[in-house]
Ligand binder design. Sequence first.
Ligand code: GDP
Ligand code: GDP
Length: 441
Amino acid sequence: MGKPIVAIVGRPNVGKSTLFNKLAGKRISIVQDTPGVTRDRVYAEAEWLRYNFTIIDTGGIEPESEDIIVSQMRRQAQIAIETADVIIFIVDGKEGLTGADKEVAQMLRKSKKPIVLVVNKVDSLKEENNAFEFYNLGIGDPITISASQGLGLGDMLDKVVEHFGDIDDEAVDDEIIRIAFMGKPNVGKSSLINRLLGEERVIVSDVPGTTRDAVDSYLETELGKFILIDTAGLRRKSKVKEEIERYSVVRTLAAIEKADVCILMIDVEEGVTEQDEKIVGYAHEMNKAIMVIVNKWDLVEKDDKTMDKYKKELEMKLKFLNYASYLFISAKTGQRVHKVLEMAKECYDNYCRRISTGILNEVINKAVLMKEPPVVGVKRLKIYYVTQVGIKPPTFVFFVNDYKALHFSYERYLENQLRSSFDFKGTGIKLQFRERNEKND
Ligand code: GDP
Ligand code: GDP
């Protein structure tokens, strides 16, 4: 189960992006070679007190007229209601209450989602009075902020994280593996899901708390319990092209955030598209277990080398996913469909793998003996001790003399050693380095 999702909703120009950028701060992690992630600021990681959460900016498109604003805001609010755990509804303290604000407030109120009402552009104390009229919206006490000056953000975040406690904890059942199926329309997501649901002769039912998303299916097999999440929202119609794209990205991101294993489905005849790279890039950024399924394998004329060749091409394209598992199937004929859940379960197990400190240090000591760290500048890296501090994905802390002495090639070497000693197929792993004085050892 992923981090809580906080969506920002509000009229154009109220300051959504300004707030978003402030919250995303410097902590947004940017993996150099993940395509699309840095360009597109729909989504960011944020942190307040001991909470980590994901923020989504649902806005983004500039509408030309007042009636479009209203219809667009309705859609924004709808997306936020569907995907977010807490909604920040932001209004403009300088402009005052508008009709569009009232409409959205009504929708949000009906949704029963936790709402934090924020009045932006209250740049000084004497403008505090501007907030009073927003009590009329009937969604609680407005909090005044100045996004551009960074005022009031702490109070606002306190309110936001307060609601995390009320989130329906679907995660109670930690044994359920959540799988998100990502991919363009027509790659065969629903065909595959239907097959998985049908073939396994299983109980297909509603799980309490998961009904909010109509496209989730629950499934139990001898492998375990699964929730299959179809990101089919992608096909929803809208007149504005960018709007469809942004909203489908938001929906998909929310599905990824709630998933353990993300499956990118590709149509063998189409190959990987830019949109695929971007979406799977997000899954990678969000530290999910990842599988790539090439579907419609029945359409390919092949010999014994075709699969290997195809796989190599894919790996070249998706370089940053060097850990992903690949599977070639036909949802139509059923070829290798029985492997899908098996492989997803393997990825998940690896994603949750814990290595005991003793064995871990043995492996690393041996690795260092086999290949000494290079001298960087005037120093040579010394590793005192390694320990695993987390799972999902497995995260290791290396205590070292001086991390400036860490050469990236040596970090890669250490990761490869871990990967060849333990099964981490299908999951990223994280290596962190902390300095520690030898005398504290
Ligand atoms: P969005 O369309 O809702 O994403 O709004 P933007 O974040 O792009 O902001 C719209 C305009 O409002 C920009 O010119 C911002 O500089 C300005 N703005 C944002 N926050 C504040 C604020 O706290 N005070 C003032 N005075 N202006 C702000
Ligand atoms: P979705 O939009 O990703 O959910 O894709 P669908 O499951 O609706 O499938 C789109 C189309 O591709 C349908 O006409 C399917 O019959 C077809 N299709 C799905 N899987 C396969 C496959 O493995 N082989 C072939 N030849 N067609 C497939």
